[in-house]
Design a protein around this ligand. Structure first.
Ligand code: ADP
Ligand code: TRP
Length: 351
């Protein structure tokens, strides 16, 4: 059976973007593949180096993974830092990764700009490199941030995974993972690591929009609707969604904020509901207040059972400890097997 690996950083609660962009794929794949899902707590240190309680943050995602329906008996869930074998592979990959290629990745540049306090709007070609080497800049960029893609590659290939369910925003990191797997094979003259591919369960990447006018839903965008949000919070967030005064001509194209509202409805509501409001829109009879009320109800109907399960599971720390321990055992066994081979291939002693 083919192996599948994916992870999410524990930097907050799961939101609808995480669910429909990633977790929904995990749920489908767990029945068809040899899956391992993890919580990328080391990766969260690249941008949040002083976490208040990193174990608690990891357990938040663990509870939410379980509440969404990941079955740890068939798909182990582990916390990245419980599998130290990954770090050894990360070290080997860092030896063959180039600083230049790592510095050129867009997510590095974006996050480095934040760490260097460079104004996002006024950026120029080479600004990151310039400021990194500028000795008078009192801010520095974490080397861990630079090597984010090698750690991500290690997470994936330590289990020799071939498919990785992720959202579209991870494409460049996935390209690097393939490159490092290929380079390892070339460097040591072996055909050992498969090249992992991104996997979109519905055959195209899903982008869950924000309801604040443009762009995607995200934690850092400040527009997320969380699975754990209660009915009142959901209603408040949806009723605030950006709209306009409505179309004046039948069958008008939808401006982005309106298109986003419809995309969200397509994701969480029934087809009948979507069609009803779409027809109203095309007939210039749309009442956005009614549409938002319906959307809030449908989002709540989707989230409510998950929310209840999150609350119940999060309180059961014995169960969470058991899941994390069993997940770590299975993941370590799988990782140790690969690492033993890697050590032998490079020429180190292996037992
Ligand atoms: P965030 O952007 O909120 O910080 P993460 O970067 O932790 O979320 O993303 C975890 C996973 O969820 C990734 O696989 C990512 O591609 C996916 N994801 C996040 N936001 C969205 C979205 N709005 N639409 C689709 N997928 C998303
Ligand atoms: N970079 C991913 C994100 O921000 C998290 C991640 C770390 C990951 N390691 C991974 C995803 C390995 C898939 C596979 O969401």
């Amino acid at each position: 059976m083919e192996t599948v690996v994916s992870g999410i950083r524990p930097t907050g609660n799961l939101h609808l973007g995480n669910y429909f962009g990633a977790v929904k794929g995990f749920l489908q794949m767990q029945h068809e593949y040899n899956c391992l899902f993890f919580i990328a707590d080391w990766h969260s240190l690249t941008t949040h180096p002083h976490p208040a309680d990193i174990r608690k943050s990891a357990y938040t995602i663990l509870s939410e993974y379980l509440a969404c329906g990941i079955d740890p008996e068939i798909a182990p869930i582990y916390i990245q830092s419980d599998v130290p074998e990954t770090v050894e592979l990360y070290l080997y990959l860092n030896m063959i990764a180039g600083i230049g290629e790592l510095m050129r990745t867009t997510s590095f540049k974006d996050k480095a700009r934040q760490q260097l306090h460079i104004d996002r709007v006024h950026t120029t070609e080479g600004d990151v490199e310039h400021e990194i080497f500028n000795e008078s800049n009192k801010h520095s960029v974490s080397a861990g941030l630079l090597t984010y893609p090698t750690l991500m590659a290690a997470d994936i290939i330590i289990h020799k995974a071939v498919k990785v369910p992720v959202g579209k925003d991870q494409e460049q990191n996935m390209e690097m993972a393939r490159r490092f797997a290929r380079r390892f094979n070339q460097t040591y003259g072996v055909d050992f690591f498969p090249e992992p591919a991104s996997f979109y369960y519905s055959h195209k990447a899903v982008k869950v929009p924000g309801l604040d006018g443009s762009g995607k839903m995200g934690k850092s965008e400040g527009n997320a609707i969380y699975l754990i949000d209660d009915e009142k919070t959901i209603r408040k967030k949806v009723m605030k969604a950006v709209t306009d005064s409505g179309p004046t001509e039948p069958n008008s194209p939808k401006p982005e904020p309106i298109a986003n509202l419809f995309t969200m409805m397509e994701i969480v509501s029934t087809k009948d509901t979507y069609d009803y409001f779409n027809e109203k829109y095309n007939a210039c009879e749309i009442r956005y207040g009614d549409m938002k009320k319906q959307l809030a109800e449908d989002i709540n109907a989707f989230c409510a059972p998950i929310r209840e399960r999150i609350l119940a599971i999060a309180a059961d720390t014995d169960y969470l400890d058991k899941v994390a321990r069993q997940g770590a055992e299975k993941a370590r066994a799988s990782a140790a097997k690969t690492l033993n081979e890697v050590r032998r291939i490079i020429g180190f002693h292996s037992y």
